[in-house]
Ligand binder design. Structure first.
Ligand SMILES: [Zn+2]
Length: 376
């Protein structure tokens, strides 16, 4: 017997074990009656315990409900306890979906063609795209239905009653969930008793999906948690940009423009610095070894220029006190070989091919200079 169909608010129950088996290498039991909702109809299965043993999954096969357990259960009589916070959350989301889907069908004639209550968001698909302004109107009306505190009733009907939505053809008895005047839908899921219990419905995402739309929705407690997460993020941004709540966007845009300007200025200064350094070197027989804070592109440009005047060029960019990025360039020698020798004597990594080689290593600047002196 499916106790959750009779009373979805049942959080604990007693039952007898009628079958013991193994599913996916996990011990599992079948009970004579259960309040555990199994995976199905877009709703995730319940969690909880049977005589304090964790129920890790609940699945239905051929009308039989299997409770997968963390460890084997030897008792014949069990006390089942449902993880109520999780289940009630699912009930709030699921009832919210019915309200919205009823409105979408009535107003736009569109069908709910996909539904899943995920960990973060409830995903609801409709068979045509819906624009944001229309979605916001539907959302406002769904929240009005919620505020009306309508009783949600689940009842059994015989085939032939065509006056309800359904996602797949059903044979035998039909369970119909009724939100009076708003929606009637064939459904096996668990629902709250009144629309008011959905609390709040907020559409947070809408994307084109299989020729229609896929919505991300939060209801009830989830909507409040979602709002709090947004607020935490907003506060962090307010702090970073020293701005007020609704002035973040212009503040971020301003910082972004300033950063772009600074990037340009920096590139210009680097170009001029490369020119100055290049001009300060005459042609020489000794390698050129330099320590410079330059960007990747400027470093490569400088090395290419100087490589015409010396056997090779080694530019070291300080990252930390004893960590340097190195860039080697030569028109005469194999720089991969030099990098290899360098990395034999100092911890680091790197490589290269052709006239250049690059990487990073750990050493002090005087150790590097000493090493270079011995090489030449
Ligand atoms: Zn449903």
């Amino acid at each position: 017997m499916k106790l959750y169909e009779i009373n979805p608010y049942l959080t604990s129950f007693t039952a007898e074990v009628v079958e013991r088996t193994t599913i996916n290498d996990q011990p599992a039991v079948v009970l004579n009656q259960t309040a555990f909702y199994p995976l199905g109809g877009g709703q995730e299965p319940d969690r909880g315990t049977l005589n304090a043993v964790a129920v890790t999954d609940v699945i239905e096969r051929d009308d039989t409900i299997y409770h997968l357990l963390a460890r084997a259960l030897t008792d014949d009589e069990v006390l089942g306890e449902i993880d109520w916070a999780r289940r009630y959350d699912h009930m709030q989301q699921h009832s919210g979906e019915h309200i919205l889907s009823g409105l979408v069908l009535e107003r736009l004639g569109l069908n709910n063609v996909g539904f899943h209550i995920g960990e973060d968001l409830m995903r609801v698909d409709y068979d045509e795209f819906i624009d944001w302004p229309v979605l916001l109107e539907l959302e406002r009306d769904a929240n009005q239905v919620i505020a009306q505190n309508l009783r949600i009733i689940s009842d059994i009907y015989q085939p032939g009653d065509e006056d309800f939505r359904f996602k797949k053809e059903i044979t035998g008895q039909i369970r119909v969930v009724d939100v009076p005047g708003v929606d009637r839908c064939a459904c096996c899921g668990t629902h709250v008793a009144s629309t008011a219990e959905v609390g709040l419905l907020k559409i947070v995402e809408a994307e084109k999906y299989k020729g229609g739309v896929r919505l991300g929705i939060v209801c009830g407690r989830r909507a409040i948690d979602y709002f709090q997460r947004l607020l935490d993020q907003t506060k962090e941004l307010m702090h970073l940009t020293s701005s007020q709540t609704f002035a973040i966007t212009p503040a971020v845009a301003k910082k972004y423009r300033e950063a772009l300007d600074k990037d340009k200025q920096l590139a210009d200064m680097e170009r001029r610095l490369v020119e100055l350094i290049d001009r300060s070197y005459a042609e020489q027989t000794e390698p050129i070894v330099l320590f410079e804070h330059l960007g990747t592109k400027a470093t490569a440009n400088l090395a290419a220029e100087l490589a015409r005047k010396a056997p090779f060029v080694a530019i070291f960019h300080p990252v930390e006190e004893t960590t340097f990025r190195f860039y080697l360039h030569s028109n005469k020698q194999d720089m991969a070989a030099l990098a290899k020798q360098l990395l034999q004597d100092f911890p680091g990594k790197g490589g290269g091919r052709g006239p250049t080689s690059q990487g990073s290593l750990q050493a002090t600047s005087s150790q590097i200079l000493e090493w270079m002196r011995k090489r030449s």
